[in-house]
Design a protein around this ligand. Structure first.
Ligand SMILES: Nc1ncnc2c1ncn2[C@@H]1O[C@H](COP(=O)(O)OP(=O)(O)OP(=O)(O)O)[C@@H](O)[C@H]1O
Length: 237
């Protein structure tokens, strides 16, 4: 279980997160919704070790992660797929993927690579391509694929659907559901609430740095506040 408790974080003098409690277990997708500036990315950065919280904790199986660098957290099995995808545009897709699996031996990396291609079949023919020439959806597959190369137990994805068509978004979210069904715990930060809640198990809505609503994803799909704020009114979106 990856658990965020009473987390307070911010930049300079300003607090952005005001005491967040959230957890994700292996095999479940927890959607984190919220409007621009609510603090979703800030929370992801605290989990990944890119931002030091002012107080509160992130624990993995009861062990506090304070002081662990992003790469140490990645080695523990906590992977972040950042909003900008973080690919090396001048390197090939294969090289980008290999970077994600660097800590394992070559044999293991090849096994992981075939798994990644199984999850995202379009990557098979793209391996020799420069990552900078990929479409948004192909880049997102590569970014998630790179995180998967390290065999993570927990994945935090920061708006994977950003800039993607609804069809491509569905394809990515379906792949995430399959990964969760295989045991990975996923925190899915999304603006596209309807699609995210469709694949999620639980969800939380972040509003101005506080969890405003939390519950089963299916319940939130019927919550008037969520419908009005994030689903564009009942029946649409
Ligand atoms: N490096 C930074 N320095 C100062 N303020 C920051 C920094 N990064 C984010 N903020 C501020 O923190 C608040 C929360 O930002 P954050 O990126 O966490 O929100 P978000 O929910 O991910 O938004 P979005 O959906 O637009 O990505 C915003 O007011 C933002 O301007």
């Amino acid at each position: 279980m990856l658990r965020i408790s009473e987390l307070v974080a911010g930049y300079g003098a300003a607090d952005v997160l005001h005491g967040i409690d959230l957890s994700v277990g292996g095999g479940e997708i927890v959607c984190l919704l919220g409007s621009n500036g609510a603090g979703k990315t800030t929370l992801a950065r605290c989990v990944a070790g890119l931002l030091k919280p002012r107080s509160g904790s992130v624990t993995d199986g009861g062990t506090r992660l304070d002081g662990l660098s992003p790469s140490q957290r990645a080695r523990r099995g906590i992977a972040l797929v950042p909003e900008d995808r973080g690919l090396f545009g001048g390197l090939t897709v294969a090289d980008n993927l290999e970077l994600g699996g660097f800590r394992h031996g070559r044999r293991h990396a090849l096994d992981r690579l075939s798994l990644v291609v199984e999850i995202f079949p379009p990557l098979a023919s793209l391996l020799p391509r420069s990552a900078g020439t990929l479409s948004g959806g192909e880049q997102q597959m590569t970014a998630i694929g790179r995180a998967l190369m390290a065999d993570p137990r927990f994945l935090v994805l920061d708006e994977p659907s950003l800039g993607l068509s609804p069809g491509m978004t569905r394809q990515i979210l379906t792949a995430l559901r399959a990964l969760a069904d295989d045991g990975i715990g996923i925190v899915l930060i999304e603006q596209n609430a309807a699609l995210a809640l469709g694949v999620g198990d639980r969800a939380a809505v972040l509003r101005r740095g506080r969890i405003a609503v939390t519950g089963a994803a299916s319940t939130l799909l019927d919550d008037p506040m969520v419908i009005n704020a994030y689903l564009g009114g009942r029946g649409s979106g």
